[in-house]
Design a protein around this ligand. Structure first.
Ligand SMILES: NC(=O)C1=CN([C@@H]2O[C@H](COP(=O)(O)OP(=O)(O)OC[C@H]3O[C@@H](n4cnc5c(N)ncnc54)[C@H](OP(=O)(O)O)[C@@H]3O)[C@@H](O)[C@H]2O)C=CC1
Ligand SMILES: CCCCCCCCCCCCCCCC(=O)[C@@H](N)CO
Length: 365
């Protein structure tokens, strides 16, 4: 009897241990550390929000930082604020990521890059039915094509870097790049696109000791989010509230740690970690411990994911039912529910909002 118990006990211990051992030997690419100190860190969208917070963090850690965005005034303000808080000078470059030639010029001027952070991004949430195709194209152009332009422009210099030390290409996705969210058809498409690009690119640049990281923040308090909240559909806010909001410097710290450990997927909060496991798919995983957790947890997280979908489709059904039977009270109802589910307070949508965010951003540049 005692022998049987012992055999049973060693069996339940042996299974996970042999799985761990197996994963230890097979995870690829192998773990690597990316140094930040004294390296050239080039951050697009570095004049605002998450990019600016990342520029601060990287400068604090002793990097040589360059930031790129369109508006020179905002760039200079960012430069001053980083100088003030860290005592370090950052180089600023004004270019639109949609314009490959001017981007290439800036990148050549900046010199070889060790850590490229593709962070620029625009988000104009709206149901596809009411969204102009130009707005769809705007998001795909800046978020997806802009990142292609950046990597095409920076890669030759990165490959020819003299020290051959591990380098990084970090790409700012979003939790809306892991799961499709109501109101984000175009935005989610642009961010899902980045994931496909990143998975393929990692295989192509591994031989050059370049390591790709994909960062997945939840709602993050930035000037961009404040602008977005003025016109975000209520259902988008309700669904996005499933993941807690973060501050830009918290996201920047998580992002920089993810870059330093060369993690392929970089979640930023607890919900993000669960999402990363639930959507692991065939993405690379360097950590055998994380791989172990993925293998063990993936089934139950699928159940959790289905529960989230149940909840979200419930909200959508309620929204439509309210609209049908009480057209006048719908907005009030959702506004009240919204107050309970989100920290971002703003007046309910009237349906009369203009597309000015997009037009203002997009003209005269
Ligand atoms: N805030 C959030 O809730 C979340 C944000 N993200 C992602 O994080 C990234 C940063 O977001 P956030 O900090 O909120 O954004 P902000 O709107 O605060 O800042 C965006 C930055 O990108 C620059 N930028 C915008 N368009 C272009 C362009 N065409 N060419 C060059 N630079 C451009 C802006 O400068 P300028 O206008 O002068 O060009 C600015 O520096 C984005 O990719 C976003 O999708 C992901 C999840 C959540
Ligand atoms: C299996 C377990 C699942 C765990 C919970 C899932 C929660 C999903 C919430 C998605 C939130 C999307 C926010 C997008 C923010 C963004 O990108 C915009 N603000 C634009 O910048």
């Amino acid at each position: 009897m005692a022998d049987q118990n012992l055999a049973f006990l060693s069996l339940i211990l042996l299974c996970p241990l042999s799985l761990l051992l197996f994963l230890y030997f097979i995870v690829k690419p192998r773990p690597v550390k990316i140094q930040i100190k004294n390296r050239h860190v080039f951050i697009t969208g570095g004049s605002s929000g998450i990019g600016l917070a990342l520029a601060h963090e990287a400068a604090l850690e002793g990097a040589k930082v360059s930031i790129l965005a369109r508006n020179m005034e905002k760039l200079n303000e960012a430069k001053q604020s980083i100088k003030l808080s860290t005592g370090r000078d950052v180089a600023v470059f004004s270019a639109d990521v949609r314009d490959f030639d001017s981007l290439k010029k800036s990148i050549e001027e900046a010199g070889p890059i060790d850590v490229l952070v593709c962070n620029q991004g625009v988000f104009v949430p709206r149901e596809l039915e009411g969204q102009e195709l130009e707005e769809v194209k705007f998001m795909l152009d800046v978020n997806l094509m802009g990142t292609f332009h950046l990597i095409k422009a920076a890669l030759p210099g990165m490959k020819n870097r003299t020290d051959r030390a591990p380098a990084s290409i970090a790409i700012m996705s979003s939790q809306a790049g892991q799961v499709g969210i109501y109101g984000y058809t175009a935005y989610s498409a642009s961010k899902f696109g980045l994931r496909g690009m990143a998975e393929a690119l990692q295989q192509e640049v591994i031989a050059d000791n370049i390591h790709v990281s994909l960062i997945f923040p939840p709602d993050t308090e930035t000037p961009g989010l404040a602008e977005e909240n003025k016109r975000r559909p209520q259902l988008t806010s309700i669904i996005a509230a499933a993941s807690g909001a973060m501050k830009a410097d918290e996201v920047a710290k998580k992002a920089l740690n993810g870059i330093k450990s060369a993690s392929f997927m970089v979640p930023c909060n607890l919900e993000g970690s669960l999402l990363a496991i639930a959507t692991a798919g065939l993405s690379p995983q360097r950590s055998f411990l994380m791989a172990f957790i993925e293998v063990v947890a993936i089934g139950i997280l699928r159940v959790a994911g289905l529960c989230f979908q149940w909840n979200w489709y419930g909200s959508i059904e309620k929204w439509h039912a309210q609209k049908k039977y009480h057209p006048d009270t719908t907005l009030v109802y959702f506004y009240l529910e919204f107050l309970h589910t989100s920290k971002h307070l703003h007046p309910p949508r009237t349906g009369q909002e203009s597309v000015s965010t997009f037009q203002e951003e997009d003209t005269g540049k």
